[in-house]
Design a protein around this ligand. Structure first.
Ligand SMILES: *Cc1c(COP(=O)(O)O)cnc(C)c1O
Length: 422
């Protein structure tokens, strides 16, 4: 009886929280539509989040009123565009608690941020050096390092994980030696949902003077980021996964290393003085922002940060985890299901496979019911190899999802299983 009452009380709390969250859901116009005659249930938030009206309007407003090229003009629109662009940089600076604005570089996204680092550190990496990544990295945190190793003769080493999807920290501690020049680790796994103990990882790497890179693509929208407290050398994320636009991302770097490494691309904006004999490079952050930047994208990411700052982040976290736990409980009752990623410290991402059924077939059938999930390898093929599966079905939850949407997911999954069993 007591436990029954406890459960009822939790449900009341969840319902109350969800009512608050539904005011936020109304800010996302895209969610209010039918797909295949059914209400859209968007559970692909780890691939990209949807955009609130404030972000959409900020971009529209910028193009309708303020657009010109930045940094070069003396005319009013150019001044306004420059101010809008630099205001966005200031917002990112505060969002990650960077000590100053010029340590924030705008890129196309996490992928470009990692490519920038892997390219620009080339002069610091030598033959026989070692670069460490984990077994759960996204392809964008694998391939650029493989290429760097090819160029330099360094070796890429992979920190193993447990079956539950946690980094084996003892193994990691053994692997860090004086040969270790760089450690690049995902903060929050896009496939498993694991939140990695990056503070410990960074501390250990630093004790051997290795450069630390944190892929924050999934974390930035869910976990408050303090780069000074983390004390990492680089922290990276994408606008489109934090309710902002595509085509804009962030690279935070420590000042000394940003000054030490080479530019990534060469051209306008990133120079101080050009002659045919010699060129000198501009100061930070312009050294790393060659060419006309994505000004509207920066305005958009600035608006997405304003949006996040307007949220009660603790409430959002509790809501997302309540959705996760609710879905996990229902999924576990399905025959033949295997949950991929069972860390005790995870976020609202749920990957699973069902015996004898291909993830793509499941995804295709439940799309008929208006449900958007991601199926496949989630840009983590080596992780799929580790679990000996071709891919997973991944449901990833955001602030605007509801418990009744999870009921719909479960019903649609049951239907898919029935169809695929025939
Ligand atoms: C999405 C993602 C990336 C790549 O981000 P892009 O925006 O596609 O450049 C890298 N790492 C993780 C963990 C991701 O989720």
């Amino acid at each position: 009886m007591a436990s029954f009452l406890a459960i009822a009380k939790i449900d009341v709390m969840n319902a109350k929280r969800e009512k608050e969250m539904m005011k936020i859901r109304e800010e996302f116009p895209i969610l209010d539509q039918k797909i295949n005659g059914e209400d859209l249930v968007y559970l692909d938030n780890a691939a990209s989040t949807q955009k609130p009206r404030t972000v959409i309007n900020a971009i529209k407003n910028y193009y309708e009123n303020d657009h010109s090229n930045v940094h070069r003009g003396v005319h009013t629109l150019s001044v306004r565009a420059t101010e809008a662009y630099e205001r966005a940089r200031q917002k990112v600076t505060e969002f990650v608690n960077s000590p100053n604005k010029h340590q924030i570089i705008f890129t196309k996204g996490t992928t470009e941020s990692i490519n920038l680092i892997a390219s620009s550190v080339t002069n610091l990496i030598e033959k026989n050096d070692e670069i460490l990544i984990t077994a759960m990295e996204h392809h964008s945190n694998i391939v650029p390092w493989q290429e760097l190793c090819k160029r330099t003769g360094a070796t890429l080493k992979v920190i193993p994980i447990s079956e539950d999807g946690d980094i084996l920290m003892d193994k990691y501690r053994e692997m860090v030696t004086n040969k270790t020049k760089l450690v690049s680790v995902v903060h929050l796994s896009n496939t498993l949902g694991t939140i990695n103990p990056i503070e410990k990882i960074i501390n250990k790497a630093k004790s051997h003077s290795a450069i630390t890179v944190i892929d924050g693509a999934q974390a930035a929208g869910h976990i408050p980021i303090d780069v000074q407290k983390l004390d990492c050398d680089f922290y990276l994320f994408s606008g489109h996964k934090i309710y902002g636009p595509t085509g804009i991302g962030v690279l935070y770097g420590k000042e000394d290393i940003l000054n030490k490494i080479d530019p990534y691309q060469y051209g306008g904006e990133m120079i101080l003085k050009v002659t045919f004999d010699e060129t000198t490079y501009n100061d930070l952050p312009h050294k790393f922002e060659a060419g006309t930047p994505n000004i509207a994208g920066a305005v958009g990411i600035g608006a997405s940060i304003d949006f996040i700052n307007s949220l009660d982040r603790d409430l959002c976290h509790k809501h997302e985890m309540s959705l996760h736990d609710y879905a996990m409980d229902k999924l576990e009752r399905i025959d033949g299901i295997r949950i991929i990623g069972r860390s005790s410290n995870k976020s609202a991402i749920l990957s699973f496979v069902i015996d004898g059924m291909h993830p793509h077939d499941i995804g295709t059938i439940i799309n008929q019911k208006g449900i958007a999930v991601r199926t496949g390898h989630h840009c983590t093929m080596p992780l799929m190899d580790f679990y000996e599966i071709p891919g997973t079905v991944r449901a990833s939850f955001s602030i605007y999802n509801t418990h009744s949407e999870i009921d719909k997911l479960i019903d649609a999954l049951k239907l898919a299983i029935k169809m695929l069993k025939q």
